[in-house]
Design a protein around this ligand. Structure first.
Ligand code: BGC
Length: 414
């Protein structure tokens, strides 16, 4: 018997996101960017994991591991393929998905926006436009009116702070001028009929205006959800890196921690919870640059240090700053060596147990991710899944980590 204890009703789950698994999300901005000439995406998402058609088997499978929750997203581009026109077939589809969860005793945790947006939104200024918060709120209201009877936990926006994290790492966030010279943005601009410099997808621009638009969208979206069904617990989910300083890097780290984490966590003070998503730590040196993993330290498939302890710091930071309950809405490891994932999950669950033992109000632990899926610009290369997917046949094969995680979850469930 384990001596650790997790609260009654604690959610043990896996997370996924529509665009990364469903396939054929052809009305989305992601689809456009993947398929224009000179795309920076390694490959297009195509039929992804065909989860749009295979969701029932996928849900049955995660239930068979012994889990009790599934975080997935509804796709705005499917639900509102043209501005103001909602598609009843897409809504029916998600009703079936959530009803299937309930049939298997799985609590759905629903994300309203996970990176991708309708293509029309991008043509209309995307996540830099002051119209977007109202458009997002209207979509939130519609989704909640149609489907809100089927779930109790809702995430508005996924990782609004990611572009700021990528910017601090010297990745992503290109200036408008740089975009005018990057073929992918030029081609996307031509396809949309807009200036390449103005294109603002959710995860690729870090500007003060983008921050304001996302905060406003979150607040209006939350209020719209609550106006339909006040009992739904609403929050947003953040890319919470454990930002640390190497000697001399203290000032830089403090500034970046505020820019990337703290000011977003402060927004969560008005919410029912905050979703913490942690993949490790980032250490900054005196010159303001990232200090890479030390030689000989185990690294993940992306070359970053494997550092499960980071989750403990980010959970505590989130609880301290936001002052609301925490769900770990993503935590996982990209590796082709599943024994590393088993170890990572065992370590991470211990980290969560430590936080609980210290009195931190953590309500769930959700692993990224169920299936080896479409990992954005990296294509299908990185393997975050508990389950392997054959790219030709779509056959699913659970890895030992799926079984081990289920066993851990069951041993702690009450
Ligand atoms: C995102 C996921 C992504 C994962 C692993 C998070 O940033 O929410 O969509 O696949 O990290 O990179």
């Amino acid at each position: 018997m384990s001596t650790r204890s997790f609260p009654h009703g604690f959610l043990w789950g896996v997370a996924s996101a529509a665009h990364q698994v469903e396939g054929d999300n052809s009305n989305s901005d992601g689809w456009l960017l993947e398929n224009v000439a000179d795309s920076i995406f390694a490959e297009p998402s195509g039929d992804a994991c065909d989860h749009y058609h295979r969701y029932a088997d996928d849900i049955a499978m995660l239930a068979s591991f012994g889990l009790n929750s599934f975080r997935s997203s509804v796709e705005w581009a499917r639900i509102e393929p043209e501005e103001g026109r909602f598609d009843p077939a897409a809504i029916d589809h998600y009703r079936e998905v959530f009803e299937t969860c309930h049939r298997y005793g799985i609590a759905p945790m629903v994300t309203y926006h996970h990176f991708t947006s309708p293509r029309w939104l991008l043509a209309d200024g995307g996540w830099e436009s002051t119209r977007t918060p109202e458009l997002f709120a209207r979509y939130c209201e519609k989704v909640t009116a149609e489907l809100g009877d089927l779930f109790d936990v809702a995430c508005t926006l996924n990782e609004p702070n990611l572009p700021f994290l990528l910017g601090a790492l010297g990745l992503g966030a290109k200036t408008p001028e740089e975009r005018r010279h990057m073929p992918m943005w030029v081609n996307a601009g031509a396809a949309l009929g807009v200036d390449a410099a103005t294109i603002a997808p959710f995860q690729f621009r870090a500007t003060p205006q983008g921050y304001d638009v996302k905060v406003a969208a979150h607040r209006l979206g939350r209020d719209a959800i609550k106006s339909v069904r006040p009992e739904i617990a609403v929050g947003w989910t953040l890319a919470n890196s454990d930002v640390q300083a190497a000697p001399g890097g203290e000032e830089v780290a403090a500034r970046l921690r505020n820019d990337i984490n703290v000011r977003f966590l402060e927004v969560s003070r008005e919410d029912d919870f905050v979703g913490v998503q942690t993949y490790g730590r980032h250490v900054f040196g005196a010159d303001g640059r990232l200090v890479g993993a030390a030689a000989g330290v185990p690294v993940n498939q992306m070359g970053d240090e494997i550092y499960p302890q980071g989750l403990g710091s980010t959970i505590r930071e989130a609880a301290r700053v936001a002052g609301v309950p925490v769900y770990v809405t993503e935590n996982g490891l990209a590796t082709t060596d599943d024994t590393e994932r088993v170890q990572f999950l065992e370590d991470s669950v211990e980290v969560v147990a430590d936080c609980l033992a210290d009195g931190v109000d953590v309500r769930g632990y959700v692993v990224w991710t169920l299936l080896d899926n479409f990992e954005w610009i990296f294509g299908f290369g990185p393997k975050f899944g508990l389950v392997a997917v054959d790219r030709t046949t779509q056959e699913r094969t659970p890895k030992p980590s799926a079984l081990r995680y289920g066993e851990l979850a069951r041993s702690y469930m009450s």
